[in-house]
Design a binder for this molecule. Sequence first.
Ligand code: IPM
Ligand code: MG
Length: 395
Amino acid sequence: MTLSNEIENSTSSKASPKGRFGGAMQKNIAVILGDGIGPEVTYQSIKVLDAIGKQYKHKFNYEYALMGADAIDKTGSPLPDLTLEICFRSDAILFGAIGHPKYDNDPSAKVRPEQGLLKLRKTLELYANIRPVNTYASLHHLSPLKSNRIEGVDFVIFRELTGGIYFGEKKINEEKTQASDTCVYHKDEIERIAHLAFKYAQQRRKYLTLVDKANVLETSRLWRKVVQDLAPQYPDVAIDYLFVDNAAMQIILNPKQFDVVLTENMFGDIISDEASVITGSLGLLPSASVGNTIALFEPIHGSYPQAAGMDIANPIGSILSSAMMLDHFGMLEEAALVREAVEWTLTNSFVTKDIDPVNFYFTSTIGDMVSDYISSTTHERVNMKNVELRKSTII
Ligand code: IPM
Ligand code: MG
């Protein structure tokens, strides 16, 4: 995949380019279900992709691969070689979630599930993680923020994903009393994601915010310099610089001000979880990780082990990640239909327990509803009888 390709694909869906990429396609998708709720949310995405496939005569072939705690249990490694092989021979990767409490609570564990995801990101050079944040009118009441603050919130976080403190040298002394993690960035690593973010901003409201800690960190000063040096190439884009502590506050105080937010790896991890709360649930947000090779699509939420296997997790973050995958394939009309179906479920209060703890629907029912909506030519013919049967009876 080329960068311009990604930018074009992921931004032009609003332009309704009907027929532009028409024609049946065949795509091979590596599916990594992962841990906790990963499998159950990802299965809903597969239902939805199959519904799209049927409707538009595309063929999606899935090849399943292991990663995370699941892979450690089965193979001893959080990222088996076979998983990499499967990813390399696919057109895109659909990923669920990673993490297990038995590792979280054991700081001395040598092998950890997250190592699998980090190694996959690094090996595939998925250096840009794109996390869109928008709100849904029907869910405004769920946001911890007042409605007037969140109406019309629409921004995208570009998080650097293969550098910084996540990947710098890690040390602990023999007595295990002192530890360090090194944060390293090279100009080239900053430039490549900055170009992506600038181009993305050019196709939106032309406003880029760099989030850093340049008053304290050398790496942040480098980020600022590199971004300032690139700015003349994008004269139509206005740039703002915010320290990360201030940015964390601004995301809550006035989230509408943001358009494209560019930041390094760890700051991006933190502010994207924070930003997700604005929408009403962490379970709603999708992401795409892109680089020079195959792109990966995953919800931003974690493995939520307490809910695993209970059919209560929110599949929308995963389903919207599949929509980003369709955009990436150039299937823009298809992606728009998935988003329309998702909006339809939310507007009609067909939501999971995280959104409505009393009148909620199960994970699998939401997957069925989104797929039914896609499959029906009138986009109305959802089987309400099944829907009622699968509704929670907790009142
Ligand atoms: C994310 C997650 C990961 C990260 C973890 C699971 C390693 O929090 O994708 O945001 O920190 O990048
Ligand atoms: Mg995170």
